[in-house]
Ligand binder design. Sequence first.
Ligand code: SF4
Length: 165
Amino acid sequence: MFNPSLITGTHINYYTTCKREAWLYSRKIHADQWDENILMGKALSDIKEEQLHQFPFSNLKFDKIGKQRGHYLVTEYKKSMKNPKAAKMQLLFYMYQLKTSLKLKEINGKVISGKKVIYVEGNEENFSLIEALIEEVADFLDSPKPPSFILNNFCKSCGYREYCL
Ligand code: SF4
């Protein structure tokens, strides 16, 4: 089985967006580095490095952690919110890792993209959801072959287009 401890927020985000993308990424097949979306992502990442307090913890790399009314709050900035569910699950993954590793009592999160903000509550239901998803992703990534290409709504802006279209 794919080692669950190697799963990152990016695996979770890609899996929720397109399983084929997650598999390609897991095999260190890199997306087209000159793709406009990848370049924008890199530019945002450079700005984040300069302006934000990044908090590297184990294999986690999110943008900010702070305290709000006595509870921890993780913040993640995105260049776009093309898939809100993927953004939510990625953030939930970070929250879950922090909660279990640091034995935090309460942790919540938010994803910000321009004027859009998604709040993610650190409740039992959400943590059960991410636990099940981590297991599902580890199981899926164990497969020796990627799933076949199926055109979806994200293909147009995907950096892996050349491997599929
Ligand atoms: S081009 Fe489409 S099918 Fe291929 S990895 Fe990207 S989103 Fe998935």
